[in-house]
Design a protein around this ligand. Structure first.
Ligand code: PGA
Length: 248
């Protein structure tokens, strides 16, 4: 198994100055951790943060991209633009994009295909709603998202899957460790079945949704959890680094 990956999803927060300071503090404090770090600032701060991260081990990612290489797509950002600015990763299919931008599995898959073709690695987000969890259909719904969103080009190096139950994002409520393990083992078996890569069992699976320094240690020790996708707690350097320090 590769080292755990701890991802900071800054969402739509911060100006350029805040982003520069936060990235600099993460670089300064990350050298002792037993994990890989990736930070995903808003588009407007990517260039600045790219400069701060240059030559170091903390990686840079974006929070979305368009599937087309260029053209009449007002407000969108292409894979080539992200590579140009120094991104190595892009988060795709986050539940906030699935719900507020109507992103379907097919759209997520087309964006992910474009990203992989353009040399970026992808973090594909999946996760059930509260209703689906209560109805006992969480495993089936997440399986459908994984199968529908994963590009044929995916392998264990270029793709990361993040399991983020929608009801756990930003709420302070998390699944039990049994529920996290059950879902991660299920996603792992779906990937082994679906992917042509014989190393599918090595693909990194992240848990996301209300991860903080108090719960990260037990979450990161669940079966088949290889890191975390962190929202709110990634905006404070101390809590983000503490999550990294808690990696097994
Ligand atoms: P949260 O967000 O850590 O604030 O719950 C996680 C995410 O949406 O990626």
């Amino acid at each position: 198994m590769p080292k755990a990956l701890i991802v900071g999803n800054w969402k739509m927060n911060g100006d350029i100055g805040t982003a520069r300071k936060l990235a600099g503090a993460i670089v300064a404090g990350s050298s002792t951790s037993n994990c890989d770090y990736l930070i995903c600032p808003p588009f407007t701060a990517l260039s600045e943060v790219s400069g701060v991260l240059q030559g170091g081990v903390v990686r840079l990612g974006a929070q979305d991209c368009h599937a087309a290489a260029s053209g009449a797509h007002t407000g969108d950002i292409s894979v080539g633009m992200l590579s140009d600015i120094g991104c190595q990763y892009v988060i795709l299919g986050h539940s906030e994009r699935r719900s507020s931008h109507g992103e379907s599995n097919a759209l997520v898959k087309s964006k992910a295909t474009a990203a992989l073709e353009g040399g970026l690695s992808v973090i594909i987000c999946v996760g059930e709603s509260e209703l689906e969890r209560k109805a006992g259909t969480a495993l089936a719904m997440v399986e459908k998202q994984v199968v529908g969103s994963l590009p044929e080009l995916s392998d264990s190096i270029n793709t990361v899957v993040a399991y983020e139950p929608v009801w756990a994002i930003g709420t302070g409520t998390i699944p039990t460790t049994e529920e996290i393990s059950e879902m991660h083992l299920h996603i792992s078996s779906v990937l082994e079945r679906e992917m042509s890569d014989p190393n599918a069992e090595a693909i990194r699976l992240l848990y996301g949704g209300s991860v903080n320094p108090k719960n990260s240690s037990e979450i990161l020790r669940c079966a088949r959890v290889n890191g975390a996708l962190v929202g709110g707690a990634s905006l404070e350097v101390a809590s983000f680094l503490a999550i990294g320090e808690s990696c097994p």
